[in-house]
Design a protein around this ligand. Structure first.
Ligand code: HAM
Length: 426
């Protein structure tokens, strides 16, 4: 049986046929976590399953995510439940319940876990995917937008990825309302010429037409009013501050006036990191500022800014740059007892070596005939040493230790000290 359409199994690197092995995921995950922790963000974990209402109130009914992509079902008590399509609503819900805002001015959290969206699967687009995300709640200040953007930039840098940061401002809700009207008025006369998707968006969420990839839509958009012309002084100044600080910190960016983002809660700054080597789904991550969202979910007035990135897309970008991920975590010792009596007698020694912080895997084999296969498995899983013990060796108080890199093999006394001496010497 295969995993459901749009989902995939995460296997250890030596078993994985595709790029998303557990080792590769861990590599990306730790780059983001380390960058976040260094900036004072702490981990938060919320349920994968939430009440559907949560996403309707926050992600918003005019977003594609809520409108057509959620995995929603009635549970056995007839409650409408949804597999989370994104992490922001759950994180804010949890923070508001914990009343974090009463204890500190700023709340900085990160999360990593599976998200679910019923989308048409393709490269970099899955129905179950992993997001690393961050939320920073507290008084609005352009430095906080930067504080958050800098974490993602640092993680991309650690991973050795060159990505493009695009930013824009979408102003306040009031300003967007006026623009929305002007945009609708300008596009209604040419409605028939718009792509099918954009015709629908003209009714549900006209702003999203701006980032349509359809060429004819883009041509028609040349003659529509510009969002920037509808922004007041405060919004424009705020955006200026963000851009100036980015430049002052040496962070390269492109101002993309068509960037609007697909979720309903954003205001002011929005941003996205793209990479042109991974096909159509080029957004590695994205986010922006939100105002009022925390209050809607039970918190105080706090403003916030956040972002999330798709781990699979980061892996695709890494693969496009470096080839398939091959870096296996180094392991110390694979212990191969040749009979079950030998196995039992070795356990105490194995546990003692493990307790000193070494990786020791126990791999008993039913007969010496299986030794070659066991040694091959040690190689493919990146063990440094194999320790082979048969009845005869055990009786003589000896083991054979094989250095799997040099293929050198030596008999030594069966003692913790001797084994560690060899491991530590290499
Ligand atoms: P989003 O742009 O919807 O934002 O998703 C963020 C990232 O998740 C995308 O850039 C992409 O890398 C990845 N992603 C989204 N859908 C899929 C999919 N079907 N398959 C694979 N990867 C996908 C958010 O989710 C917001 N919660 C970000 C945020 C946090 N804004 C403020 N705080």
């Amino acid at each position: 049986m295969r995993p459901p359409k749009g989902t995939y199994d995460v296997l250890p690197l030596d078993l994985s046929k595709q790029g998303y092995s557990s080792d590769a995921i861990e590599h990306v995950r730790s780059a983001f976590i380390q960058a976040a922790q260094r900036a004072g963000f702490q981990e938060i974990t919320t349920p994968v399953l939430e009440s559907t209402d949560l996403f309707i109130k926050s992600t918003g009914i005019s977003s594609d995510v809520v409108g057509k992509e959620m995995y929603t079902f009635l549970d056995r008590s007839e409650r409408s439940m949804t597999l989370r399509p994104e992490g922001t609503p759950g994180a804010l819900r949890a923070l508001s319940l914990a009343k974090g805002h009463e204890k500190q001015l700023y709340q900085k959290v990160y999360y990593i876990g599976p998200m679910f969206r019923y989308e048409r699967p393709q490269q970099g687009r899955h129905r179950q995917f992993i997001q690393f995300g961050m939320e920073l709640l507290g008084p609005k200040h352009s430095a906080m937008d930067l504080d958050l953007i800098a974490v993602a930039s640092q993680a991309f840098k650690t991973l050795g990825l060159e990505v493009e940061l695009q930013i824009n401002t979408i102003g306040t809700l009031e300003e967007r309302k006026k623009f929305r009207q002007a945009l609708t008025d300008a596009l209604l006369p040419v409605k028939e010429q718009l792509s099918e998707e954009s015709q629908k968006r003209l009714v549900t969420n006209p702003l999203r037409i701006l980032d349509s990839k359809n060429e004819q839509d883009q041509d028609l958009l040349k003659n529509v009013p510009c969002l920037e012309d509808f922004l007041g002084e405060d919004s424009l100044n705020y955006f200026e501050q963000v851009k100036t600080s980015l430049t002052a910190c040496g962070m390269r960016f492109t101002h993309n006036p068509r960037l609007v983002r697909g979720l309903d809660y954003y205001s002011d700054t929005v941003f996205e990191w793209t990479c042109d080597t991974i096909g159509a789904q080029s957004a590695l991550g994205g986010g922006g500022r939100y105002s009022g969202l925390y209050k809607t979910l039970g918190g105080d007035q706090s403003e916030g800014v956040g972002f999330a990135c798709g781990i699979e897309r980061v892996l695709l970008a890494l693969e496009a740059k470096n080839g398939a991920y091959k870096e296996l975590a180094g392991r110390d010792l694979l212990c191969i007892p040749v009979t079950s009596t030998v196995t039992s007698s070795l356990l105490k020694l194995i546990f003692a070596i493990r307790s000193k912080g070494y990786t020791v895997d126990l791999h008993p084999i039913p007969s010496p005939k299986k030794l070659t296969k066991a040694l091959q498995s040690a190689d493919s899983r990146n063990f440094r040493f194999a320790m082979i013990v048969g009845e005869k060796e055990l009786a003589a108080g000896q083991v054979v230790i094989k250095n799997l890199k040099t293929k050198e093999q030596v008999p030594i006394a069966l003692s913790e000290e001797k084994i560690l001496e060899i491991i530590n010497k290499a």
